[in-house]
Design a protein around this ligand. Structure first.
Ligand SMILES: Cc1cc2nc3c(=O)[nH]c(=O)nc-3n(C[C@H](O)[C@H](O)[C@H](O)COP(=O)(O)OP(=O)(O)OC[C@H]3O[C@@H](n4cnc5c(N)ncnc54)[C@H](O)[C@@H]3O)c2cc1C
Length: 348
């Protein structure tokens, strides 16, 4: 029997879509290349229901967060590993910001996530600031571990083909797409920033955004919260911390750059006053779109081709909810996607 779906890419987008298909009992294959640079590779990822610069809530967070938590917990139960780690976030506030923050806390719309600004919980190593806020229902996902466990799971179930996908190998025969002997009703491209080369989705205005991260070891820095102050400092256990990230719209290669590292470290030195050791330095490319929203749906001129991309800087919190939306639009032709994320906003 034919596959219903062929997914290209096993980053967070392709993996969560594939997991939803597995749960719904659909027949599918994933083709993904272990050689391609993927944004999801850069290890651990934060999720935060607040936007600190604006002292506001994240877009759609009331809908995104429950779907996110349920899906990752479900995968944890299925695979027998923990991936999601709740940790509070904090940020230094000016006198002015603290007033706005304190108003927000008593606003029913925000109170679920924001806690009163309280200096007492800020501990060792952060001496240059005096007032801090606190965001709850935040934390991090061990994305590298999640993807490697899902890879193994899909391999064992016969769903994963490790290969480099080339567009010229696609065929269209009798209402099916074919690729190297695999046939499916619909091909779903989840290629991350590689989608800039996709001939079927040329009019999506991708803005691939390079980012770099550093891992440090700092014995005395407190490990009970993630600091997000101009850059983030995220505890990983055993006195290890991830520090980042940079944003570079001009370069689209996966190489780390010494200048970026120097810049991250000088920002870190303004934040913490403790000695640390640099352990490693990574880079990756975020698949962002000009309007900073995900992009998904079936191609308006070819019902056998679909896309799920544009997770940008927020793959952890966006991917679970929009993988579900993607599934709905794949299995139900009449399903109406939200205009903000629908592929139709770029293609008619
Ligand atoms: C430095 C940095 C820090 C970040 N921090 C955070 C954070 O804290 N929180 C957060 O939520 N997000 C963060 N992000 C963003 C997050 O990583 C992305 O939103 C997410 O990983 C995008 O996932 P994706 O599946 O769309 O793309 P990718 O992870 O890039 O996956 C694409 C997949 O497609 C495959 N592929 C592509 N082309 C081909 C081909 N021709 N043949 C075969 N396979 C192919 C690749 O091998 C890969 O498996 C960060 C990104 C970077 C770079």
């Amino acid at each position: 029997m034919d596959n219903q779906f062929l997914i290209v890419g096993q980053g967070i987008a392709g993996s969560l879509l594939a997991y939803d298909m597995y749960k719904a009992g659909h027949k599918f294959k994933i083709v993904s290349s272990p050689d391609e640079n993927m944004a999801s590779d850069v290890a651990t990822r934060r999720y935060n229901p607040a936007i600190f610069d604006k002292l506001a809530k994240h877009w759609k967070v009331d809908e995104l967060l429950p779907v996110m938590t349920n899906l990752y917990r479900d995968i944890e139960n299925e695979l027998g590993h923990q991936f999601l780690h709740p940790v509070d976030f904090t940020q230094a506030l000016s006198e002015n910001e603290i007033r706005v923050w304190n108003e927000r806390i008593f606003d029913g719309d925000f109170s679920d996530y924001m806690e009163s600004a309280d200096t007492s919980w800020i501990k060792r190593g952060i001496d240059n600031f005096s007032l801090f806020d606190r965001v709850e229902k935040s934390g991090y996902l061990d994305l590298a571990k999640l993807l490697s466990e899902l890879k193994q799971f899909f391999k064992e179930n016969g769903n994963l083909i490790e290969a480099n996908f080339k567009y010229q190998d696609i065929g269209f025969i009798n209402g099916h797409i074919t690729w190297r002997g695999v046939s499916a009703k619909t091909i779903v491209f989840c290629e991350g920033h590689h989608a800039t080369k996709n001939p079927y989705f040329k009019s999506i205005p991708f803005i691939p955004t390079k980012g770099e991260l550093i891992e440090i070891e700092c014995e005395k820095l407190a490990e009970d919260y993630i600091i997000d102050e101009n850059l983030f400092v995220m505890p990983m256990g055993n006195s290890r911390f991830k520090v980042g990230a940079s944003y570079d719209y001009s370069k689209q290669n996966g190489k780390t750059v010494l200048d970026t590292r120097t810049n991250l470290l000088s920002r870190l030195d303004r934040l913490i006053s403790l000695p640390y050791k640099i352990i490693s330095h990574w880079s990756g490319i975020r698949p962002a779109v000009s309007d900073r929203r995900p992009v998904l749906g079936v191609h308006p001129n070819n019902q056998h081709i679909a896309v799920f991309n544009g997770l940008g800087t927020k793959g952890v919190i966006l991917a679970p909810y929009f993988a579900r939306e993607m599934m709905c639009s794949l299995v139900n032709k009449n399903y109406i996607l939200d205009k903000e994320i629908d592929i139709h906003r770029f293609l008619n």
